[in-house]
Design a protein around this ligand. Sequence first.
Ligand code: G6P
Length: 466
Amino acid sequence: MAAEDQKWSFVVTANRLPVRRVWEGDTAKWVPSPGGLVSALRPVMSGNPDAVWAGWTGVPGPGTEPFEVDGFQCHPVGVSQGELQLFYEGFSNATLWPLFHDALVPPEYHRTWWDAYRTVNQRYAAAVANLAAPGATVWIHDYHLLLVPGLLREARPDLRIGFFLHIPFPARELYIRLPWRAEIINGLLGADLIGLQTPLGADNFCRAVARITGAKTTGKLIQHNGRATQVGAFPIGIDTDRIASLAADPAVQARATEIRQSLGSPATVLLGVDRLDYTKGIEVRLRAFRELLAEGRLSVDDCVLVQIAEPSRSQVTGYAEVRQAVEQLVGDVNGNFGVMGSPVVHYLHQSHPIEELVAMYLIADVMLVTPLRDGMNLVAKEYVACRPDNSGVLVLSEFTGAAQELRTAELINPHDVEGLKSAMEAAAHRPQAEAEPAMRTMRRLVRSNTAQRWAERFLARLEGCE
Ligand code: G6P
């Protein structure tokens, strides 16, 4: 049977495939795609011979031949250069992303972007319709594909359709600014089950639905156009076993020691690991750090801040600005407080393999996760999974989904600089014995709600949908 004729009982689709194509000189290779979506979903798909993942390779152009990754099938969907600008950089990342993250930068509304968004969503829906066996289960992911559930329902009423939103769903007052608010809600309601990261996201969604469609909602059940859609909160987890076993790997531990030495073996390492995104609050933590040094509450003699900023969406409005602001702050702190040969902030605008990130988590006495808004934030959970001796302090923004679960973290409001400074200072000076109970509680949570459990809970609920 030709690969394109093969039908699958479980189809996942997200904008990106779990790997992306990159070129190093003349050689092309596959590397893991960025972001929390892929790191959570990949272990769920791994080794499943009945599953296919449809998505984009990260390179503009027509869809290429299917291929295998980690024992499951990947089916590339083509996105042209023009669509990349209008659908991905435009509607997905300069309209929906900022709107759904509390309009931290002003969302832009352009009809040409919307047209491209619809066209690309139609292509994904057609690809999935073609891959799915009769009665198959389809799981659609994230804000790039909000119209796919409805389009697919029209083409293939036999399918069981789940949708999961990895980012926040905003307050109704913000959502209703969207000129295409009704089309998107109607698109989503093609699903049997819609999952959000938090109960607040689920409430916001139901309130928007009620306002826009007038649909009957009973609790988290929405009746619309003769169909029922269930809505629920399904907080996503990580591949805890994999991260924990990397943390226990002697090679990774040796690398951790090497990194600590190369930083000058400071008493306290503070760490931030983020995609370079304006939602992540990187500037906020750098400003707080600068003030703590200036006030003598932290000292360059014993503190170092490592900030990993993975390059992201550099062509999109807001991203060049945040990069400039972050780099200016790093330069400012190092210029004012660094000494010859020892910068106080080590800033890397690069992506790193997970092994290297785990080595950094191992040496981080204080982990700084300070987003202004974040659907979940899996970095916070990865850090916790790397602390088997229950050491370390997680400074965590209240405006992340993770803060709903990791209640014993040092919770902060990233808009309150003084509060953040106090939390960072206390975290840097906290004796290990005092930090242990909080970390132990968080570790229990991260061990019990893994990516695999998250998927099982979502899929079990989807199977139960009438
Ligand atoms: C977040 C989103 C994902 C996205 C990832 C990386 O985690 O929820 O859907 O893939 O960021 O962003 P990018 O624009 O590079 O795909």
